[in-house]
Every structure is written in C-alpha cells, then in structure tokens.
Design a protein around this ligand. Sequence first.
Ligand code: ZN
Length: 198
Amino acid sequence: MLKARKKYEVRTAGDRVLNLTAAPVGAVTPEIREMAEDMIRCMDAFDGIGLAAPQYGVSLRLIVVDVPLSEEEAAKGLTEFEARMYDAMPVALVNPEVTGRSDAVCEREEGCLSVPQIWAPVVRPERIAFRAQLLDGSVVEGECGGLLARCLQHETDHLDGILFTDRLSPAAGERIAGQMRRLLETGSRCNYRRVTRK
Ligand code: ZN
C-alpha cells in the first residue's frame, strides 16, 4: 500500500513565532537531528533554498540551507568554507552566527517561504564571516559571498525575529505595502500557516 504523503507547514508573516528571538540549541539530541531532517524535507517540499526553525514553528537557533552553486560562483573560486558547505548541502546549521560583515554591500531580490509571492530588493553585506555547528557536533567557520552569504544572513535574521521585509528601503517597502497587507489578512484567516499541496 502507498504510504500517505506528509503535508508540510510553514508559518507566514503575522505569526508571532516569526518575531521572537529564538533560543540557542543546547545539545544536538536525536530530537534535534530528527527535526533538522524534517525541516530539510519541508524546505524541499516548498522548493526553498533555506528554512529557519521559527518558520517551522519552533523558536530555536537552527537553520537548514540548500543553496545551489552557480557556474559564476564556481568560476570565481570557492573559499574552504564555501567548498565545505556546498559539499554538505542540504545542510543543517545549529546556533549559526554571522561573526563578520564586509563594508561592501550588494542588492539582490529576495523572497521568503513565510512571505509568499512577494519579492523585493534587499541591500546586505556582500561577504560575511560565519560560524555554526553541524549535526555531528563539528564546527564550521569561515568566509563566504554570493548567494550563500545572502541566504545565511536571511536565515540567521529569522532567528532574531527579522524578516527580509524589515530590511527594505522606504521606497521598496512602499511598493510591497499593499501585498503585505493582503498577505496579513489572508494569513489571519488560516492562522498564519501555509501547507504544501504535494
Ligand atoms: Zn525567510
């Protein structure tokens, strides 16, 4: 008999859990490992490249990312940290921290599974220094740029209750204000949750 497929759920803007400062993960227990694996399946079900635990409804400092390596990035040459990360994708990162930010910034269109159907340009540091723990307890640390740096900043922001829509220029904020208002109205009708149809 076919096994019933599980539906996945992501919290959307307006859910209070997205505004909280998430608590550090104490120890990587089997429960945490299981949750991280389920978050990866959830991210995949929504075709995302990153998911933070609060989006999954849990206020803990845990993120999962699955950033594709573009030819352009590969051609530039990868730092040791980038190579390790791309190798490990999809990867769960425990207690992630952005420990340094370049002065150079860049602008790129962002979206978010918790802010469905809305995209807007966000200015962020181009490169970051980053540190996190893997599920096996080892620590990964190093510098990265490109889409990986952007994704890690976006996901780590979620752990501090920050959405990309909080980082928009006034003009960009204005442009999406109507869409945001509609999203919050729709979200309130379904308890700020979206569910996969898969
Ligand atoms: Zn997001």
